[in-house]
Design a protein around this ligand. Structure first.
Ligand SMILES: *Cc1c(COP(=O)(O)O)cnc(C)c1O
Length: 373
């Protein structure tokens, strides 16, 4: 049996006819930029997120950069974010000319640790970026208790959490502004690169729209130095079709997570992922922790299982961020987790047979490697 980390084939099949009709329309009209498909998707995604405004953009990294600029982050500022995240969270900060200030994560959920956030705040802090990692939301109410009295905006990195909820609040609708990614493998994925910014603030939404279109509020009027980051019409067609199915697909992921939970229940040497109290998790990834992870991963790969690591290197230990001068030992929880985490295959249409095969292989691999010690 082969079980890829992510298999989008069944998703694609479900939307194929609707997408084909939409694309036929777009190509017949040769209207590839903007238009009603983009507007309809933006409105539908805003409604799904429970916010007033959604601005579709080129990808999740641009969405983060635009969200941060919209929140007032500028050159010389500091932005607090977790050490265990995809590199894009830090990149967006650096591209503005601000400095990423990393903090450690909590050992149970690997989400940004509010204690670390409180310690990292300075007079130069311009934003805090909680990352809703692996499908569950960061402890937003605890972050807000630090941010609000200091007047620091909270900018969500919601790239891994479309549809997630925490204490009744939806991912992408809690911070002053939020950025998300529709990279194909995300819970809501395009057929290429795409992203969005969501906010309830009309002024921020307007400013971001201008920034994303060459700083241009009207044709050939340029008020600020912006960038070109648009949501393609072709991607809007795909995203509209998939958004209608997102809740059902997230429900499938929850069922798959429950099945993994029961299959791995009493296996020694495997720590299962936990959803924090109050979180409705959308299981972007199912991440276990094991000893001798690299050996276990190698065994799974040899058996045709596309397990992965998210992420093997915390931001401060990448070469790109060596200039921060933060060596090994700075963020012990993120560093220890990086050596133990293992993402099992997870996608809405994974079959129980595939999951049973993964669980059996994982059980055998962890027993083997324990014996080898
Ligand atoms: C995917 C992702 C991004 C970046 O999105 P792109 O669309 O690939 O630019 C940012 N942050 C996190 C946590 C992500 O998972």
């Amino acid at each position: 049996m082969r079980v890829p980390l992510v298999d989008l084939g069944a998703q694609q099949a479900e939307v194929a006819e609707e997408v084909r009709q939409g694309l036929d329309r777009v190509f017949a009209a040769t209207a590839f930029i903007g238009g009603s498909d983009v507007e309809e998707f933006e409105q539908a995604y805003a409604a799904e997120t429970g916010v007033a405004h959604c601005v579709g953009v080129g990808n999740g990294t641009d969405a983060l950069e635009l969200a941060l600029r919209g929140a007032g982050v500028g050159p010389g500022g500091e932005v607090i974010l977790p050490a265990n995240t995809f590199i894009a969270t830090a990149e967006a900060v650096s591209r503005i000319g601000a400095t990423p200030v990393l903090v450690d994560v909590d050992p149970t959920h690997l989400l940004i640790d509010p204690h670390g956030v409180a310690e990292a705040v300075t007079t130069r802090t311009q934003a805090i970026v909680p990352v809703h990692l692996f499908g569950q939301m960061a402890p937003m109410e605890r972050i807000a208790r630090i941010a609000a009295p200091a007047g620091i905006p909270v900018v969500e990195d919601a790239a891994q959490s479309q549809g997630a909820v925490r204490h009744g609040s939806t991912s992408g609708g809690v911070g002053l502004v939020a950025a998300t990614s529709f990279y194909p493998g995300k819970n809501l994925g395009a057929a290429g690169d795409a992203g969005a910014v969501t906010t309830n603030d009309p002024d921020i939404a307007r400013a971001i729209r201008v920034l994303a279109a060459h700083g241009s509020p009207a044709k050939y009027v340029h008020d600020v130095i912006g960038m070109n980051s648009r949501l393609d019409t072709v991607q809007a067609v795909v995203l509209k079709a998939k958004l209608r199915r997102l809740a059902g697909w997230n429900e499938n992921r929850r069922k798959a997570a429950e099945l993994y939970d029961s299959l791995l229940w009493d296996l020694p040497g495997i720590a299962r992922p936990e959803s924090a109290p109050g979180n409705t998790d959308v299981w972007h990834l199912y991440v276990v922790q094991v000893d001798r992870r690299d050996a276990v991963l190698e065994t799974l790969h040899a058996e045709g299982i596309g397990a992965g690591i998210h992420y093997p290197t915390p931001v401060h230990l990448t070469r790109a961020y060596a200039h921060l001068g933060l060596g090994r030992g700075c963020f012990p929880v993120a560093e220890a987790a990086a050596g133990r985490i293992l993402s099992l295959p997870m996608f809405p249409h994974i079959s129980p047979e595939q999951q049973e095969y993964v669980a059996a292989s994982l059980a055998a691999a962890t027993t083997l490697t324990r014996g080898a010690r």
